[in-house]
Design a protein around this ligand. Structure first.
Ligand code: GLN
Length: 246
């Protein structure tokens, strides 16, 4: 069976720091190596999206100024469609600034209140001291054993969770969502938000494959299986960071 998947890359020119675009490249490449065609549609402010066409979405991080530029478009143009798609199981990965804007709001450290989509039950308050450095989050992805995700974080925002999300994982090294409660990232249905740049997916092929698997099963049914694919080099690099940090 020739599988095809479609991904929206949200605001790729305003929201891309620390190589976040690498997440899209990793998804596309691990699909291609399995013969799955992943088409990528970059979306900028002003563009219409028919969310029912899409299997996956990626929303990268950004500076407060980049977030301010796109926040209103996200809310007013994409809001209803994107929220409905998330309810319907759209597979979405949002990093840092993108994660913040999927929550209820982001109050920046200068006091500007950026409205969020409210698709994830989290909110973010900017602090004076930035939370910077390498990070490890132990996450349970699906049924298997927990996976230790490695990444790099740099944010002023502290993100706090409500009851409508569950934690992606717990922080083994670094600051995580708010530097206080050891929570690293949030999950709601098939939508994942976290602070791990890196880029996250090239460094953590288990997460890449988890997202592709979710999207395949949503589109093609529970029987759609993901072929096994070697990741020896990626996992060796991941292990080097884990040994250094944990
Ligand atoms: N501007 C946001 C913050 O500082 C997000 C930063 C980022 O995406 N790296 O919290």
């Amino acid at each position: 069976m020739n599988y095809r998947l479609h991904l929206v890359h949200l605001y790729s020119s305003h929201m891309n720091v620390y190589g976040d675009r690498g997440n899209v490249i990793a998804l596309k490449q691990r699909c291609a190596w399995r013969g799955i065609e992943l088409s990528v549609i970059p979306i900028e402010p002003g563009m219409a999206v028919d969310w029912s066409d899409f299997d996956l979405a990626f929303f990268g991080g950004g500076q407060d100024s980049g977030q301010a530029l796109i926040a209103r478009d996200l809310l007013e143009r994409q809001g209803a469609g994107l929220r409905a798609a998330i309810e319907d199981g759209l597979v979405l990965l949002a990093i840092c600034g993108g994660y913040q804007l999927l929550g209820h709001y982001f109050l920046t450290h200068t006091g500007e209140r950026l409205p969020g989509l409210g698709a994830l039950d989290v909110y973010t308050i900017g602090g004076k001291r930035r939370l910077i450095g390498n990070i490890v989050v132990e996450a349970r992805l699906g049924e298997g054993a927990p996976v230790r995700l490695v990444g790099f974080e740099n944010h002023s925002g502290r993100t706090y969770h409500g009851a409508g999300v569950r934690p992606l994982g717990r922080v083994l090294a670094g600051h995580g969502d708010n530097g206080e409660d050891g929570v690293g990232g949030a999950v709601y249905r098939n939508a994942f938000g976290c602070y791990l740049h890196g880029a996250l997916l090239p460094k953590n092929p288990q997460f890449t494959d988890h997202l592709i698997g979710l999207a395949l099963r949503r589109r093609y049914g529970a029987a759609a299986t993901l072929d096994r694919l070697d990741a020896t080099l990626e996992l060796r690099a991941q292990r080097v960071m884990l040994e250094r940090l944990v």
